[in-house]
Ligand binder design. Structure first.
Ligand code: AMP
Ligand code: MG
Length: 341
């Protein structure tokens, strides 16, 4: 159910992005290659634009290889990953990790500070208590009170010189699900550029990073999913050298007695955040777009939009709890109605 919704969303994106065939060539123009693979628990789409097909295909392959490498560092489903090893050693010792993992944790803490703790990667024990996808359980207030001291950004120590991470309290658990895909998309784009791609897209379900333009000069076109009507889009937007990321209460949820319980938790109450239906952030970097979509979802439309207006190169589409659509000032005039037949 959830996957098919995601896939539908992605198909909409692909249709908008242009041809559905594997590669497109016209004389004397760059080649566009499209590839997809299952990675990081989702279907990943890569579009590579390059002077010839060999380079474009190689750039796409490098993007997938980079995502695979980062998955082995950041996935909590892989026991030997950096993040899993840090979690296993919580309260006991610092764990040496890769430079990319230090980058991920520093970005996470930076966005945590920027959003007054609305973004909190120490949320792991609360996410486990809810287990929205696996068990669909509602934890008791007692249970949430027990994990509350563990959801503490001050307990995450980055030891730069030793390139190590230490979690101060036993039981602390990092959860990078709200930011990892965005940063991974940034790294994958760098790998594509190194391979000679002149433009492209890396799309990990709702976390998308673009660079350059399509042959002919157009930007990459994306649809923003309507949070309550899976057949509808809020609008479409063309991106050039920008990332876009959406957090929604429709992505992973269950319903009990008419109440929707979803996967984005308010770090203060440790219960699902209630002020938005969806938040889409457009930013220069995937890591900012992904980290901020989750954070703004928690902060709500008022504080969230104030933050967006303060930050340079950050725009947002917020759908509030009543379904009202709010646009940041820089998006006014940039969002087009859905023109699909
Ligand atoms: P996204 O789809 O980017 O909003 O990410 C949602 C995921 O982020 C969830 O599935 C959790 O793994 C994690 N998460 C939930 N609440 C928070 C929060 N307040 N701060 C940081 N990460 C969170
Ligand atoms: Mg996010």
């Amino acid at each position: 159910m959830r996957r098919s919704r995601l896939l539908q969303g992605l198909l909409a994106l692909l249709l908008l992005a242009g041809a559905s065939c594997q590669s497109v060539r016209s004389p004397a123009s760059p080649v566009v290659v499209k590839r997809s693979q299952m990675l990081m628990g989702t279907l990943v789409f890569v579009t590579a634009v390059a002077p010839d097909e060999t380079i474009a295909a190689e750039a796409a392959a490098r993007a997938f290889a980079e995502l695979k490498r980062l998955e082995t560092l950041w996935s909590t489903w892989i026991a030997s990953s950096d993040v899993s090893r840090v979690n296993q050693a919580a309260g006991r010792k610092a764990v040496k990790v890769s430079a990319e993992t230090i980058d991920l944790i520093k970005w996470s803490l930076r966005i945590g500070r920027l959003t007054d703790g609305a973004f909190n990667i120490a949320i792991g024990p609360a996410v486990s208590a809810w287990s929205v996808t696996e068990q669909e359980r509602i934890p008791s207030e007692d249970e949430l009170s027990r994990v509350r001291p563990l959801v503490d950004l001050n307990g995450i120590h980055v030891e730069e010189r030793a390139q190590a991470i230490f979690l101060a309290k036993p039981g602390m658990q990092l959860d990078v699900g709200g930011i990892g895909k965005g940063l991974a998309a940034d790294y994958a784009v760098e790998a594509m550029k190194r391979a000679g791609a002149t433009a492209g897209v890396v799309a990990l379900s709702g976390d998308i990073k673009t660079f350059g333009r399509l042959p002919g000069g157009a930007g990459f076109l994306f649809g923003i999913q309507h949070p309550r009507d899976e057949q509808a889009l809020l609008g479409t937007i063309a991106l050039r050298d920008e990332a876009i990321s959406t957090a929604g209460d429709y992505e992973r949820f269950f319903e009990r007695d008419g109440v929707r319980y979803h996967h984005i938790l308010d770090p203060r109450s440790l219960t699902p955040a209630r002020a938005c239906q969806s938040v889409t952030v457009v930013a220069k970097d995937g890591v900012m777009a992904d980290g901020l979509d989750t954070a703004i979802f928690v902060m709500g439309p008022k504080r969230g939009m104030e933050l967006v207006e303060r930050l340079p190169d950050v725009e947002a589409v917020i759908v509030d709890a009543e379904g009202q659509v709010l646009l940041s000032s820089g998006l006014i005039g940039r969002l087009s109605p859905d023109h699909r037949p």
